[in-house]
Design a protein around this ligand. Structure first.
Ligand SMILES: [Zn+2]
Length: 75
């Protein structure tokens, strides 16, 4: 969607960036992501998306698709 946003790897300077890679873990651990409360007070998980530099392997950015959640924070 936002392919016009130019970004460069801060580590190696490459513009060879793959966007919105889904971050996942093995099945037994469950899903990895940022937790939020759903309407019924269950805990949901918003998938983490990563932008990766394919030249040096640096993850440039971690982000989620829907930032408007009731996020669970440790306080
Ligand atoms: Zn790089």
């Amino acid at each position: 969607m936002e392919n016009s946003v130019s970004s460069k790897c801060l580590t190696c300077g490459s513009t060879d960036i793959v966007r919105n890679i889904t971050v996942s873990q093995s099945v037994e651990v469950g899903s990895t992501g940022l937790e939020y409360r759903t309407a019924v007070m269950l805990i949901g998980t918003e998938a983490l998306l990563a932008d990766l530099c394919t030249q040096c392997g640096t993850v440039l950015r971690l982000h989620v698709k829907n930032p408007d959640r009731k996020w669970i924070t440790k306080s």
